[in-house]
Design a protein around this ligand. Structure first.
Ligand SMILES: Nc1ncnc2c1ncn2[C@@H]1O[C@H](COP(=O)(O)OP(=O)(O)OP(=O)(O)O)[C@@H](O)[C@H]1O
Ligand SMILES: [Mg+2]
Length: 372
């Protein structure tokens, strides 16, 4: 066995001093670190056309009190959260509307969301009581932004909050956000018919839009930058990640700290870091599909499906139908984790499913999650 290396206190002090100096040198070009925080909301973000439609709906609601509920879908990093948070800020300032925001990742049942928005400790209360408290707390015209609605717990399949908001006599307008296009189909029939949300699609940003977002961050956060580099990061992001703006922002941060290492390296590093986050965020059922993708004997969709069913049996999970499996594959594609390539086998077309990242990362996360 290897002997434990002992480090003297003096070594630690010099190690610390050296690393502090290195870090200082690497980050001296950054004048404001906040701009690299994914929660940062710029003073004047690039406003997309789809956001204008949303503003119009909110203004109509302010005047009439009659809501057109909205369901916004767009792939990762297409600016959904940023847009609604920015609208929350300006709507509160310029209109009489109340605008509330809840992320269903953190409050993952209707009960928890309502308790959070009502500002009550709801333990021991019934759903009716909590909703009553919520209505009393927000009697005026209120927009309720529900982010990452697909991450509500399976326990709350019916997403009762939507039913309650749409049936209430008080004026509530619900805005649902998700990066999963199928979330609307999954709504319970009664909820769907009373909510009738208006679907809105946030298109992927083009390279020029990503470049404009990067330019704004650079102007605020950096002492110096190179316009060509911003264009190159934007082009790579649009071409290789389904326009996930997070990758672009992280690449910029890596690139200015890397001092001369090539841009492609900064980009791959950013993708790698964010991919691990993204895979860890997947639900168990979607992660099982990804696991099948990286461990199947062949990359044809049917073979991956067979492997997926096999993994489900081992995990005592009920597998999805082939249709549902395919819609999850499309989701993984929109998240930039797999590429679906149409291919002709004999006379029929089918898809090949290719992971777009190092399969080892997914295997490692699966091992941690499922204990294999
Ligand atoms: N129009 C914009 N102007 C400035 N920054 C933007 C814009 N759109 C996106 N960003 C930045 O890109 C990053 C990702 O955006 P955002 O979090 O809104 O994505 P999202 O669509 O909500 O993604 P997800 O589906 O993963 O939740 C954030 O740091 C955000 O500030
Ligand atoms: Mg978001």
């Amino acid at each position: 066995m290897r002997a434990l290396e002992l480090v003297s206190p003096m070594d630690i002090a010099s190690y610390l001093e050296q690393n502090r100096k290195d870090l200082g040198r690497k980050t001296k070009n950054i004048k404001d670190f906040h701009v690299f925080d994914f929660h940062y909301i710029p003073e004047q973000p690039l406003l997309r056309d789809e956001a204008k439609a949303l503003i119009d709906e909110m203004l109509r609601f302010e005047i009439s009190g009659i809501p057109n509920h909205q369901a916004i879908v767009g792939s990762r990093g297409s600016g959904k959260t940023l847009t609604v948070k920015y609208l929350q800020r300006i709507m509160r300032k310029h209109t009489s509307l109340e605008v509330l925001y809840a992320n269903c990742r953190h409050h993952n049942t209707s009960f928890k969301v309502l308790a959070h928005l009502a500002g009550v400790q709801a333990r021991g209360m019934s759903m009716t009581e909590v909703f009553g408290r919520f209505c009393r707390r927000w009697p005026a015209k209120t927009v309720v932004l529900l982010d990452e609605i697909d991450l509500m717990s399976a326990k709350d399949r019916r997403r009762e909050i939507l039913y309650l908001l749409s049936r209430s006599e008080q004026p509530f307008m619900a805005v649902l956000l998700s990066n999963r296009p199928h979330v609307l189909n999954e709504l319970d029939a009664a909820t769907k018919s009373s909510l009738q949300p208006w679907p809105r699609h946030f298109r992927n940003y083009g390279a020029d839009q990503i470049q404009a977002i990067l330019l704004d961050r650079a102007q605020r956060g950096l002492r110096q930058w190179d316009k060509g580099m911003l264009a190159e990061i934007a082009a790579l992001t649009a071409r290789l990640t389904n326009s996930d703006t997070r990758v672009a922002i992280k690449t910029l941060q890596n690139a200015v700290s890397a001092q001369g290492k090539d841009l492609r390296h900064a980009f791959e590093q950013a993708r790698h870091d964010l991919i691990a986050d993204m895979i860890s965020d997947l639900s168990d059922s979607t992660l099982l599909i990804l696991w099948a993708v990286v461990s199947a004997d062949a990359d044809l969709a049917k073979t991956v499906f067979g492997r997926y069913r096999h993994l489900c049996t081992h995990q005592s999970e009920r597998p999805f139908s082939y249709m549902h499996f395919s819609s999850n594959l499309s989701y993984l594609q929109s998240a930039g984790l797999v590429a679906l390539v149409s291919t002709k086998i004999r006379r029929a077309y089918t898809n090949r499913v290719l992971p777009t990242f190092d399969a080892g990362v997914a295997k490692q996360i699966c091992r941690l999650r499922f204990g294999k």
